[in-house]
Every structure is written in C-alpha cells, then in structure tokens.
Ligand binder design. Structure first.
Ligand SMILES: [Mn+2]
Length: 219
C-alpha cells in the first residue's frame, strides 16, 4: 500500500471532531504520515484531548500562532494570546510541562520533497528561513513591506506565490479553505462551527467533518 500523507487543518482543541476525522479517513500511524498545520490548541473544548490524539496517532506538527505565543508566554514575554494561558494550563494539568516540551520541538515550517507546510503563509520572495517567524504564522495579505499582514484591501499572500512546491497552510478560517494547483488552504473554521478538514496525499483528496457546534466566535 502506498504510504499516505494526511495533513490536518487548524484543530483548536476540537478533539471530538479530530477523532471523527481520523476515523473517517482510517488514519493509521503505521502506514500514514500524519501532519498538523499548527493551532492544535486554544478556543475549543479540549486542547489536551487534541494533543493526546496527536500523540496517539504519532503526528507531527508545525507551530501555529497559538503555539508560538505559548512559547513566548512560558518565557515570560507578554503576548495578546495571554488570555488563553490560564485555561491552557488548567486543561493540561500535570501534563502541561510535557506539552510545552513537545511544542519546543515543533518547527515553523515543514518541507519534504515538493511539499511545504506553513501555518499562515509565505512572505512573497522569501524562503521561510529568511522570514520573521511571526509573519509565517500570521500572514494573510501582503502590503509590499510586511507592516500590515491582514488588511483585506491587499491581495492574499498566495497570489504572489510562484514556486513549484505544493504549499499547504491554515490560519484563515474566513477564507473557508482554498484549492489552487500549488496552494491548498485547510482552515475551514471547525472551532467556529464550520468543519475540520484534512488533505490526503498523493491523491490530493480533501476530507472534512462538520463541527458538533460553534465553540468560539470568529475574529
Ligand atoms: Mn492561526
């Protein structure tokens, strides 16, 4: 059997939906390479439940903006996502240190042959290793300078992408997913009551399961 790569979009603590999606595609860590696009945690019902499934299925994840801010918060830096910190510690309980230790090993992007994963997107003209980490986990649109990465008046970052790799990203729930020949967006807003989606390679099939309910409001 050909080994599959299964890339899962922004889970945000929607553990029940993640479990359903993994079962729907018959994910098997023995034969499948299971990857997460970041933002496994926060906003939804159980970040710990999502992390336990990620471990059970021997997943690998890149950093989302929520994990990058967690790493800054544990270093004592102020960040606007600090509002999630107490709930996250409570949710993980005695496993919190193990979780943080795990996240310390998550890369900002993932590259394998002609596949690249990045949480939000690529800064036009730059390889991810030349980019500001926060740009990689938050970019939506491009203003030409990197000052304002989410102004809806500006074109999306992927309009500038002309590389040969297939780039898979999340982070932009309002976009509702994207399918272009070399760019695929997987954030279909599960935590906001949308659906949780994954991409299966090499067949390029997208499979989604609906959210049981909205757990947070968008924005
Ligand atoms: Mn995000």
């Amino acid at each position: 059997m050909t080994q599959r790569t299964i890339i899962i979009g922004d889970v945000h603590g929607c553990d029940k939906e993640l479990e359903k999606l993994l079962k729907t595609v018959s994910a098997d860590p023995k034969t499948d390479n299971i990857l997460f696009i970041g933002d496994l945690i926060n906003k939804g019902p159980s970040s710990r439940g999502a992390w336990e499934l990620y471990r059970e299925y021997q997943g690998k994840s890149i950093l989302g903006n929520h994990e990058l801010s967690l790493l800054e918060l544990v270093e004592g830096k102020f960040h606007k996502h600090g509002k999630y910190f107490d709930a996250l510690q409570h949710d993980f309980g005695r496993y919190f240190a193990d979780f943080v230790k795990d996240v310390h090993n998550w890369p900002l992007w993932y590259e394998d042959h002609d596949l690249m994963l990045v949480h939000a997107g690529l800064v036009p003209g730059l390889h991810p290793d030349q980019s500001d980490p926060w740009h990689l986990v938050t970019i939506r649109t491009w203003d030409g300078t990197g000052e304002d990465l989410k102004n809806p008046e500006n074109p999306p970052w992927f309009d500038f992408y002309a590389g040969d790799d297939l780039v898979v990203f999340g982070h932009w729930a309002a976009l509702g997913g994207l399918q272009r020949p070399r760019v695929i967006g997987l954030d279909t807003g599960c935590v906001y009551g949308g659906k949780l989606s994954c991409l299966i390679l090499p067949e390029r099939k997208i499979v989604s399961v609906p959210a049981k309910k909205p757990y947070a409001s968008i924005g």
